[in-house]
Design a protein around this ligand. Sequence first.
Ligand code: PXL
Length: 271
Amino acid sequence: MKVLTIQDISCYGQCSTTVALPILSHYGLETAILPSAILSTHTAGFKDFTVLDLTDEMPKIIDHWYHEGIKFDCIYTGYIGDKRQFDYILKCKDLLLNPKGLFIVDPAMADNGKLYPALNTEIIFGMRKLCMQADYIIPNITEGAFLTGNDYKEIQDSEYINKLLKDLFDLGCKNVILTGVQEDADTIGAVAYDGITRTYNIEVKEDKSYHGTGDIFSSIIVADIMNNKSIKDTLKHACRFVIDAIRKTSSDDTHSYGVKYEEVLKDEIKD
Ligand code: PXL
């Protein structure tokens, strides 16, 4: 199984491509990358980061792969820094995704009610275009609210979650996996919706939160879906993996920029 992931390379900071690659490989998936940009670090919590935009390189890479006859079983997208890239991504999907392949979109652009620092609202329109064609979308509550024009709520009731799920599904995607669901202050989890059934996985919330956990969550989801795990097991695995990674990180005050997910992978090898 071959997965292409399209997102930035944050050279330091444990997010996006640098976490997707090892996680997808760990679960037996061959992975190719189409980097949208190279940054010195991620944009949350570091100042004066450098950015090399790779928009102009994208169509050249896609054309080369097309002429080589390269195809993928899954295209998984994450953080996209430039609105010009959305049309290239859709062209890439049309040219390079196998007919039965999956297009999985993590509209990684916002958290805690706010867009990430380097982005502006034009990104929301582009992410919406990707979501319309996706087999799975994996937004957090903020991204779900921005994509559908609903208000952001830090703590949500089931009426709000159901409305968000329906509005997201109505964008045109086949499945929604909504993350960061908090119906009270002590729990957190995810819910999947395929237009008929809602599947929940809720866990006890850790006190600390870290950057990059959304990318780790999505990478586990992609890996498990590609490995034909049930949606119930997939959600449980992704939620528990992230919680374990947070637990392994929270005693180390020098490690605030991301989580020690490598130790969770190591434990999975031992088990
Ligand atoms: O984790 C999402 C993400 C990915 N890439 C970059 C980011 C962020 C979130 O801030 O800044 C560059």
